[in-house]
Design a protein. Structure first.
Length: 240
């Protein structure tokens, strides 16, 4: 069964969705806590919680995220992402109650630190691979961060247990996931792979589930907020 992670992206204290990860493209969906609670009430086992201000370097929403983790962390697993680039932000996220943190830009800018925290924290650390073609997108998706497969080889050697793979061109666009990219990454590693970006229909969820193997989860964002389907319907589709 494919595990589904409804996303709650937070900017300026509000739940938002972006188009292709671009700052300024936000659609406002109100209270992040209420959004997260909606997915918990619909039987989500995981929430993908993102601090967009921290990711873009325009501030942070640590207080809001801590409130969500405090309120919901006992009833749902939370994967925390956005702006985790050093020991302080990593420890803060884990101490807040996050089950797992997703390291993005830092993995590209400080590979040695990334290798060290992978060794220390194991499966509590995932690495986000945000991709244009086969090129990684770095800070806030605003510039290039190197070759995808070179990064995977390094991170495999470091013992990375999970990759969160996002095709930036598809994120928030509801044009379907990049199945070939997911297949390529899954064949390059024995680590678990989480699909992110582009899911627009229940058939998209079924297509990801059909990949099988180490592609074991998918993040849902715009499709849920745009009501393309309900989370309950998505969970049924994820069962295959």
């Amino acid at each position: 069964m494919l595990t589904l992670l409804p996303a709650v992206d937070v900017r300026n204290g509000k739940a938002v969705r972006l188009r292709q990860g671009e700052s300024g493209s936000e659609t406002d969906y109100g209270s992040p806590l209420e959004a997260a609670q909606t997915w918990v009430d619909a039987s989500a086992q995981w929430i993908h919680l993102v601090d967009l201000d921290a990711a873009f370097g325009t501030g942070d929403n640590r207080g809001v995220l801590r409130e969500i983790v405090s309120e919901l962390g006992k009833s749902v697993n939370i994967e925390l992402s956005g702006g985790i680039r050093d020991n302080e932000s990593l420890v803060s996220a884990l101490e807040a109650g996050a089950r797992r943190v997703n390291i993005g830009t830092a993995a590209m800018e400080n590979p040695q630190w990334t290798a060290e925290i992978i060794k220390e924290y194991g499966d509590r650390v995932a690495v986000g691979l945000d991709v244009r073609g086969h090129t990684l997108a770095a800070r806030g998706w605003t510039r290039d961060g190197g070759d995808l497969f070179e990064a995977i080889d390094f991170l495999n050697e470091a013992g990375c247990s999970r990759y969160v793979v996002t095709d930036v061109a598809k994120d928030g666009m509801m044009t379907g996931p990049n199945i070939e990219l997911l297949r390529e990454v899954s064949q390059r590693t024995g680590a678990a792979v989480t699909a992110s970006g582009g899911i627009s229909s229940l058939d998209d969820i079924r297509a990801i589930a059909a990949l099988g193997g180490n592609v074991d989860s998918a993040i849902l964002g715009k499709s849920l907020y745009a009501k393309a389907f309900t989370l309950e319907e998505a969970l049924l589709a994820a069962r295959g």
